[in-house]
Design a binder for this molecule. Structure first.
Ligand code: G1P
Length: 288
């Protein structure tokens, strides 16, 4: 089964990145030279997703503008004969269709997803949390869509995390099925370590059935006083079941300045034109 639509919650003040985020949406901050959100959008496009709905705050329209054509820039690159950059710019605006809805109050991730309900309608959809980015052979969401096609109910990306990360993430109670796939027997948002059913944490990629919207409409504030997506998926799981897929690619949480820096260094180390100089500089800096 193909998944046509995705939601990318991208509102919020980006307080951990202030002052940079006073006027620039957090998801537009670069990992090396690409806005963080481009990783999710490209991953979606590669998996055949056709349309993305960004959930933004007022003033963050730059996030959606970024994925529209910039004719003046294209003309300038054409005049300069810079085919490579021109093609790269055209690709950004042709990967997927995009649109946006506003989230006027910061009531939590579940609330953000609910804002896009009318844009999605009554069909399964993907959710990308743009702070989670993956480097790997196959985009994580494509694997999740594969699992969804087989089992027909919600699928969530998970990965093993150290104990200290457990209280700040969504944690699942897994029943291993085959390979990387588990049946979820329960999930809890930001548990205390002693209450956590495992160390398998949700990492920002979901394929969800539309019944999740009804559960979000009923949802009450959960962990940290916010309407949690995890709670709504858990409510639907009781009737439809839910599955977890353990992702493999190299994962970064770019929701903090240090995570963003690590992802940028990783990206630069992968680039032929930068890696030699960067390694030399890192070595000499560490030795100093
Ligand atoms: C959100 C989800 C959580 C998930 C995390 C992954 O939490 O609610 O289940 O583990 O993203 O990045 P947040 O980071 O928004 O608090």
């Amino acid at each position: 089964m193909s998944i046509r639509n995705a939601i990318i919650p991208a509102a919020g003040f980006g307080t951990r990145f202030l002052p940079a985020t006073r006027t620039i949406p957090k998801v537009m901050l670069p990992v090396l030279n690409q806005p963080a959100i481009q990783f999710s959008v490209r991953e979606a496009a590669q998996a055949g997703i056709e349309r993305i709905v960004f959930v933004i705050s007022r003033g963050q329209e730059a996030t959606n503008d970024y994925f529209q054509p910039v004719p003046a820039l294209e003309r300038a690159l054409e005049a300069r004969g810079d085919e490579r950059l021109l093609n790269e710019m055209r690709e950004i605006s042709s990967m997927v269709k995009t649109g946006f809805v506003y989230q006027n109050e910061q009531l939590g991730l579940g609330h953000a997803v609910l804002m896009a309900k009318d844009e999605i309608g009554d069909e399964p959809f993907a959710v990308f949390l743009p702070d989670d980015i993956f480097y790997g052979d196959s985009p994580a969401i494509a694997d999740l869509i594969g699992v969804f096609s087989k089992y027909g109910s919600s699928v969530i990306a998970v990965k093993q995390v150290p104990d200290e990360s457990v209280p700040s993430l969504g944690i699942i109670d897994p029943e291993p099925l085959d390979g990387s796939v588990s049946r979820i027997n329960g999930m809890v948002e930001k548990p205390r370590l002693e209450d956590a059913p495992s160390n398998l944490a949700i990492v920002g990629r979901y394929v969800l059935t539309p019944e999740v919207f009804a559960a979000l409409e009923q949802a009450r504030p959960g962990a940290i006083g916010e309407i949690q997506l995890t709670d709504a998926i858990e409510a639907v799981r009781a009737e439809q079941g839910a599955y977890a897929y353990e992702v493999t690619g190299t994962h970064f949480d770019v929701g903090t300045p240090l995570g963003m820096l690590k992802a940028s260094v990783y990206a630069a180390l992968k680039r032929e034109d930068m890696s030699v100089e960067l390694k030399e500089w890192l070595k000499s800096t560490l030795d100093a």
